[in-house]
Each structure stands twice: as C-alpha cells, then as structure tokens.
Design a binder for this molecule. Structure first.
Ligand SMILES: C[S@@+](CC[C@H](N)C(=O)[O-])C[C@H]1O[C@@H](n2cnc3c(N)ncnc32)[C@H](O)[C@@H]1O
Length: 198
C-alpha cells in the first residue's frame, strides 16, 4: 500500500467483517493491559479509531471510559460493532475516515490493531491532535509483536491494504511534533506508542 486507498481498504474489511471476531481473536488479558496503559482520567471521553467490531470497547469501559466514539471506514465492520453494542448508551458508532474527523475534545484517541492501515502516519498524528482536548492522549497499540504483525501482512491481499509496522522508536518522530511521548513498547508480546498532546 503506497497511499490512501479508502475504497480498497473498505472493500477488504467489508468482505471480512461477518467473520472478523472468529478469524481475528485477541488475547483478553493483553486487551486489559492495553486499556490500563491508556491511563484514562475519570469520566474520559474516548475516540476508538478504526474500531472495527469494537474489541476494545469492553476493556475501555472497564477501565473508566465514560463514553466511547468508535469510527471505522468499513460499514460492515461498524454494523458488526452495532450488533454487539447497540444496547450500550456509552458507545456511539460512526462510519467514515478517521483522518477527516473534525470532532474535538476527546481525552484519549486509541488506535488498536489498525496502525499499519494508515499509510500517512503524519496525517494520522495531525488528525489525532485535532480531536483531543488539551492534555489528551493518543495510544497506538498491538497485542502481538511487530514481527508477527508484519508477517501476517505479507500476503498479497493484505499487503495491498497495509504498510510495514516499523520499530516504535522509528515511528516516534512522526508523533513528537504533536505529542510528548512517554511510552514506547516494542517487545515480543506488545507494541505501544503513547503520549500527551503538547
Ligand atoms: C485490522 S482492523 C482492526 C479493527 C479493530 N481495531 C480490531 O482490533 O478488531 C483495521 C480497521 O481499520 C479500519 N480503517 C482503515 N483505515 C481507516 C481510516 N482511514 N479511518 C477509519 N478506519 C479505518 C478498517 O476498516 C478496519 O476495520
């Protein structure tokens, strides 16, 4: 994937949405660790960027999120999230490109298991900065190693809609103009990049 190709990304995830939770399971213990690393303030308003079927919603609510706005490019992924979460008043779902979101005031923007699908990292960092309240945080996370993620993204259909996940230390300079970074994890178990809006 070289540039922004929303139609291809949308088609890829729309086609996989119905079976997404079955085919892409997540370690619940690691989701809890990632939610803890979000350092949610009491009453936090959370933006879950590229939320898919909403795998992070439960852990975020359990760690004190007062509201979650999930946005995803794929209508079918959002439809799956809606099936699971329509009864939860703290969850709101939007279909669209997170880079175009003009909704300020969130305390946290989390990008879980989706970062490689944003080829223009600088545009993502800028969009997240625009959506956050003063002192708001962003958190990019994966519950697997970088090697595992890049390995899975190697097959041609996935390669067409994703980019290589670089070492966290190499991604950091993209975020530093907007955020004071305080967390860089790049281990065989977790990948996390996080910080507070400057
Ligand atoms: C690998 S899935 C992960 C979904 C979810 N976070 C999870 O962990 O199950 C990546 C998601 O990113 C979404 N996505 C990609 N580019 C996007 C964009 N520009 N704006 C919003 N969502 C996007 C896709 O539609 C897809 O649902």
């Amino acid at each position: 994937m070289n540039g922004r190709d929303n139609a291809a990304v949308r088609a890829f995830f729309d086609a996989r949405a119905a079976k997404w939770d079955e085919t892409c399971p997540h370690d619940p213990a690691k989701l809890q660790i990632i939610a803890r690393l979000c350092c949610l303030v009491p009453g936090a308003a959370v933006l879950d960027v590229a939320c898919g079927t909403g795998v992070m919603f439960g852990p975020l609510l359990a760690h004190g999120a007062e509201s979650i706005t999930g946005i995803d490019l794929s209508p079918n992924m959002v439809a799956e999230a809606r099936k699971k979460w329509s009864g939860e008043p703290r969850v709101r779902l939007l279909t669209g490109d997170a880079l175009d979101l003009g909704m300020p005031g969130f305390d946290l923007a989390v990008i879980y298991s989706a970062y490689p699908h944003f080829p223009d990292r600088e545009a993502l960092a800028r969009a997240m900065a625009r959506c956050l309240a003063p002192h708001g945080r962003f958190l990019v996370a994966h519950s697997e190693s970088r090697a595992a993620i890049n390995g899975r993204h190697h097959s041609p259909p996935v390669q067409a809609v994703s980019t290589t996940l670089r070492p966290a230390a190499q991604e950091a300079p993209v975020w530093e103009p907007f955020f004071a970074l305080d967390t860089l994890i790049d281990t065989p178990e977790l990948y996390v990049l996080s910080g507070t809006l400057r």
